[in-house]
Design a protein around this ligand. Structure first.
Ligand code: AR6
Length: 164
């Protein structure tokens, strides 16, 4: 089973095998963690993303990590919250699961996730944290996964979900 750690910090500063990006379906960059990852990785990342031709919500695609201290970046567009009756829970679970599958295929031992969908996409934090923790801790691969929380409210929500 994957070993999950919850930490607070900036995901672009970590040294891990795979950094997951909370992207959008165009994969052409944006604000939030996506913007931070693109700035830190450098302009080659956008060139690599352009070749991927976008990515459906809940799926995950891989690029090199360029100037980040990682082997790969896994880009996954999480769901936009639309009230909870539009398959948001399943799509968020798919984002974590498909990212973990890409990490496994690429022989990654250490993977860092941001809190997918809980920023601009407005997914309720406690609900997202529960889905993330359940999906990661039931994944059958002995990798180390770090949930990298940018602010203390996010950190507290994932800590609580992990302790439940
Ligand atoms: N390290 C770790 N977490 C971060 C960082 C960072 N450097 N910067 C922000 N966060 P968001 P979403 C946190 O909005 O909700 C983009 O424009 C942030 O505080 O980045 O999935 C994309 O292009 C929050 O807890 O992602 C999409 O259009 C979490 O990352 C859209 O936003 C996710 O917030 C995706 O929205």
């Amino acid at each position: 089973m994957a070993n999950l750690q919850v930490i607070q910090g900036d995901i672009t500063k970590l040294r891990v095998d795979a950094i997951v990006n909370a992207a959008n379906t165009s994969l052409r960059g944006g604000g939030g963690v996506d913007g931070a990852i693109h700035r830190a990785a450098g302009p080659e990342l956008d060139a690599a993303c352009r070749k991927l031709g976008g990515c459906p919500t809940g799926e995950a695609k891989v690029t090199p990590a360029f100037n980040l201290n990682a082997k790969i970046i896994i880009h996954t567009p999480g769901p936009i919250w639309r009230g909870g009756n539009n398959n948001e829970d399943e799509l968020l679970k798919n984002s974590y699961l498909n990212s973990l599958k890409r990490a496994t295929e690429n022989d990654c031992q250490t993977v860092a996730f941001p809190s997918i969908s809980t920023g601009v996409y407005d997914f309720p934090l406690e609900r997202a944290a529960k889905i993330a923790v359940e999906t990661i801790t039931s994944f059958q691969n002995p990798m180390t996964v770090q949930m990298v929380c940018f602010d203390s409210a996010t950190y507290n929500a994932y800590k609580q979900a992990l302790n439940e």
